[in-house]
Write a protein that binds this ligand. Structure first.
Ligand code: GAL
Length: 429
């Protein structure tokens, strides 16, 4: 291209860009009431879509939501970014933080109370205590919950199961029998294992099914040494090794949502993952509960490992306080609760919101949640930050990674090391 041509092309490009910008800014009313920046780790197709719903609802009210999304399933990268942003005084108006970590942030004195809003909107009445207790510091609301996710799901491509001549699993043995048949049919039985967070999510589901809610609570919430090193933990590690043997050997580095795609396309038979996978299934135009079955991870026990995605509010942030309030208020509005949770794969955290129009798996989730609440079978999920704080979680994850990477490590050694590392982490924190 000659020099003049290049100049002409550049001018045309600039013009085109200006026109696009103008079109974009006239499409939605220009936000005038202030902005809120929101740090999160929702970058998969369905996650981004779900966040866009909030951005749009805020824009409709005249607020600008800056979506500071940092990639990395489970949020390890986003957590690092939050710390460094706080150190450099670039504090977001809201940040995705879950479980006991919410309280840890309160002790820094940086968080903002949203009691006035919570009181006015009756949060204590519409939220389950299993969730609301995490949103408060010393009785004051500092975080807003978006949803309830269940971790202990198994997603199964029904066509793959039929092709392999396998039956729908109902317990551990029938699950292994189905995996064996899928492998014999030349299809990858389990999509997963790409990183430690995914493997921890698998062990999470396995442990609840193998040892039951009482064991799970003793081990991962009370951090009881004999539960951490005992028979149920050993059994859980043994089952994890079996799952590993049926997993994609080339999974290293693959994301959880890539794996969900493999199951939807029939390239793999199953995935052990929380119901954020359901968001991806829907996004790929499949129907959860129809082509892709959703069952609680099967084993000797049933239970419900839950987590609630929530956003902690920060004072002295780079955001406008009225926009922060609008963010929290809109997130818990019935309209957003329905739209968002349908797209995200979770169920509404507001207990007074109807599930009309939600898929069969969401209905099952809600029914099972209620039953688990009643039967003391509801457990806060350890792999998704609901059970313990950073250092202990890090120790548990380290042992899981070591076990998964060293095929010669026995389940007994892994359980023993788990108890030891957790004790050490507790002593140091
Ligand atoms: C979880 C989060 C879910 C989902 C998942 C993968 O920790 O709670 O909502 O987004 O990570 O990114």
């Amino acid at each position: 291209m000659k020099h003049r041509q290049i100049l002409r092309a550049a001018a045309a490009f600039t013009l085109c860009l200006t026109a696009t910008t103008m079109m974009a800014s006239t499409a939605t009313a220009a936000p005038t009431k202030g902005k809120v920046s929101v740090l999160n780790w929702w970058t998969s197709g369905s996650e981004a879509k779900s966040m866009h719903i909030l951005q749009q609802m805020l824009a409709d009210q005249g607020y600008k939501m800056v979506n500071d999304a940092v990639s990395g399933g489970g949020g390890s990268n986003a957590r690092t970014v939050l710390k460094s942003r706080i150190q450099s005084h670039n504090v977001p108006g809201a940040a995705q933080i879950k479980g006991p970590e919410i309280q840890q942030w309160c002790s820094t004195g940086l968080t903002m109370s949203i009691d006035a809003l919570a009181e006015k909107s009756h949060w204590d009445q519409v939220l389950p205590t299993a969730v609301s207790k995490y949103m408060k510091c010393d009785g004051h609301y500092v975080a807003v919950p978006f949803n309830i996710h269940r971790t202990n799901w198994l997603w199964i491509n029904k066509a793959v199961l039929a092709k392999a001549g396998a039956a729908m699993p109902t317990d551990w043995d029938s699950l292994v029998a189905a995996l064996k048949k899928i492998k014999q049919a030349g299809i990858t039985p389990i999509a997963g294992g790409g990183n430690t967070w995914q493997v921890a999510t698998e062990l999470d589901a396995i442990a609840l099914a193998a040892g039951g809610p009482d064991f799970y609570r003793k081990a991962f919430v009370d951090l009881d040494t004999s539960a951490l090193s005992g028979d149920d933990m050993i059994k859980s590690f043994k089952h994890l090794r079996t799952i590993q043997q049926y997993s994609d050997p080339n999974a290293q580095g693959l994301s959880w949502n890539h794996d969900t795609g493999e199951v939807v396309q029939g390239k793999a038979g199953m995935q052990i993952m929380g119901d954020w996978a359901k968001g991806e299934i829907t996004n790929a135009n499949a129907t959860p509960g129809k082509e892709i079955a959703c069952i609680a991870f099967p084993g000797a026990h049933t239970g419900y490992s839950y987590q609630s995605d929530s956003f902690e509010m920060f004072a002295h942030s780079n955001s406008d306080q009225n926009a922060q309030y609008a963010f929290a208020r809109t997130a818990l509005s019935p309209k957003f609760q329905r739209k968002f949770n349908k797209a995200k794969g979770s169920i509404p955290v507001r207990q007074d919101v109807s599930l009309k129009g939600f898929d069969a798996c969401a209905h099952k989730a809600k029914k099972d949640f209620k039953a688990a609440e009643k039967n003391n079978a509801l457990v806060p999920t350890f792999s998704q930050d609901m059970a313990e704080k950073g250092a202990v979680k890090g120790a548990i994850f380290d042992v899981i990674a070591k076990f998964y990477n060293d095929k010669n490590m026995s389940a007994e050694d892994a359980a023993r090391e788990m108890a030891h590392r957790v004790q050490q982490a507790q002593a140091m924190s």
